[in-house]
Design a protein. Sequence first.
Length: 133
Amino acid sequence: MMAMLIEQLKVEIKVYLRQPFYLLFSLLMPVFSFLFFGMMYGNVDYNGFSFFANYIPGFSVIILFASSVYNIGNQVVGDKEKGIYKRLSATPISLGRIMGVVVFKGFLLALLGFVIILLLEASGIKVGSMPDL
């Protein structure tokens, strides 16, 4: 059973990688937004806390939102329009399992987005300390 779920997840990831538009909104948009807003606010402090102490948790929610809306929502609507779920209903795979794999793929992409943002900040790129333009 676990092997079937892993194979299904591999197929979902292959389908995801074939559509670069989803990649743009789920992984690249958070990085560009992170850099843009980091440069915009610079060295702003809020009651002794740096901007990033408050910004990174909120930005994690934006990544989760982007992953869920642009990945899961668009994929489910597109698959339904193409009749993929109707065709899959003739197979022994339940719709719940299919949706579970789609949601898990979205979770993995959101996790990847979190890791990219944390690596970007930990890499020494001090986005918040860039000079004002």
